[in-house]
Design a protein around this ligand. Structure first.
Ligand code: ZN
Length: 458
């Protein structure tokens, strides 16, 4: 990565970055060193860092006091792997119930400002987490690492089609930003970035992409699938496109192949979550995913809670190494992964062969269009005590809203939910609410999807 931003007038080369950028680059430099460390050394450092988080949680986060003591933790000690495995897993349900008890009562100034992040993950269970500025710095350093690994030319145009708030990057024009985002722009002069809201239907997206002619396209796999079908039918490509970057959902082998055939470029995927930031990046050499071991400690557990061996698939349980505002210790995301093998690229970061996270259907509109349903990002719990949600589109006019709630909702709460959901769907569908106890029904394959289009194809 070429560093071209200098903060000192009169000095352009070598560039002298400002203090924050210098920190970012210092992280990136360290990442390059530790990603090739001997196996075992990384884990030692992770446990050293996690000991500080656990100690902070024991002192200042009421939720953890008892569970850490029961796991044998006492103040000021060094955490071992065995001890870590005795700490009970933190579930999304714990996070929903314990949003106050999980907040740190003391947050030293050096960790910076606190921000809120919302997510429904792959299980339709909305949660809210707090993150610190230091945590955000690690997030940005990993974003730069992703660009660096894949050798991206950041002077090209980046076009992103993603879920944004209404009024931001509305179709058909979208919006243009001067650069690729705070991490890249801190380091170098990037090309522009074009943004289009996912509320655009596929035809509008295709027209927009033709006009933008980007070097890179960023979007969600389910949306990409609909775009590829369109480009395939039109026998059309996007000249100048170097790669498609995907986030947010599971990428299938079939989608990778289709992208190569239709657009002539590869998919470069990242596995991240709003709660934890970057968890793993796709390796540019092998296609496996490398865990971002400097910011998260990842376990893959079998049904008995024991670690899976390479080739085995289990539940993903993750510790955030730098979130002092709301420590996430052994947090179960609700996703599954297959443990990978040592990688031909020479990096010794832990590997995941495959990640099975969120899958999504596209919403079908009465006019014949399709769009990506943004229902996963809504602040459900600010409106009503929603524990789990799922939506099933039964026809071009009917959507069933399945809910598990803590108590019976009032008529006002239900109508507020209806208003919020209708706005997110972008069409006045007839909404039918259905309430369930405890769990939502799962299909025979066990794969939960927060939005299901049940209209037969064709
Ligand atoms: Zn690799």
């Amino acid at each position: 990565m070429r560093i071209t931003k200098s903060s000192v007038p009169g000095v352009v080369w070598p560039a002298l970055p400002d203090a924050r950028t210098a920190r970012l680059l210092a992280l990136l430099w360290q990442f390059e060193q530790c990603e090739c460390w001997p196996i075992g050394e990384t884990l030692d450092h992770q446990l050293r860092q996690l000991s500080l988080i656990v100690d902070h949680a024991w002192r200042h986060v009421p939720f953890y006091r008892e569970r850490l003591e029961m796991a044998g933790w006492s103040a000021g000690q060094m955490l071992t792997l065995e001890q870590l495995r005795r700490i009970p897993v933190l579930t999304r349900r714990d996070l929903q119930d314990g949003v106050i008890a999980l907040r740190s009562t003391v947050l030293p100034q050096q960790f910076g400002d606190v921000r809120e992040s919302r997510s429904s993950g792959s299980t339709g269970q909305p949660v809210l987490v707090l993150r610190t500025a230091i945590d955000g710095l690690l997030w940005q350093a990993n974003a730069l690492r992703d660009h660096q690994w894949h050798g991206r030319d950041q002077t090209l145009k980046l076009a992103a089609i993603r879920a944004v708030a209404p009024g931001v990057a509305d179709p058909p024009q979208g919006a243009i930003a001067a650069g690729w985002g705070p991490a890249s722009e801190a380091v170098c002069a990037t090309g522009p970035a074009a943004l289009l809201s996912l509320s655009a239907d596929i035809n509008t997206q295709v027209d927009w992409l033709r006009r933008q002619a980007p070097g890179y396209l960023l979007t969600y796999p389910s949306n990409l699938m609909a775009l590829l079908d369109h480009f395939e039918a039109a026998r059309e490509r996007l000249p100048g496109l170097r790669a498609v970057l995907t986030v947010g959902e599971t990428v299938s082998l079939r989608l990778r192949q289709q992208c190569r055939e239709v657009l002539g470029v590869d998919i470069e995927d990242v596995y991240s979550s709003q709660e934890l930031g970057y968890i793993a990046l796709q390796c540019p050499v092998s296609g496996q995913y490398h865990v971002m071991a400097e910011s998260v400690l990842v376990e893959v557990l079998d049904a008995k809670g024991q670690p899976c061996a390479p080739g085995e698939t289990g539940r993903l349980v993750v510790c955030s190494l730098h979130n002092h505002a709301m420590p996430l210790i052994r947090y179960e995301l609700g996703d599954y992964a297959t443990v990978g093998h040592s990688c031909a690229c020479g990096r010794t970061l832990p590997t995941l062969e495959r990640i099975a996270g969120r899958e999504r259907n596209m919403l079908r509109l009465p006019g014949g269009g399709q769009r990506w349903p943004t229902v996963g990002l809504l602040p459900y719990r600010e409106v009503a005590p929603v524990r789990r949600f799922q939506m099933i589109q039964h026809s071009l006019e009917d959507v069933e809203v399945r809910l598990v709630t803590d108590r019976v909702l009032s008529a006002t709460e239900e109508s507020q939910l209806a208003r919020m959901i209708t706005e997110a769907l972008g069409h006045p569908f007839r909404l039918q609410f259905a309430y369930f106890e405890g769990e939502l029904p799962r299909p025979a394959n066990g794969k939960f999807e927060e939005f299901v289009c049940a209209i037969p194809a064709g």
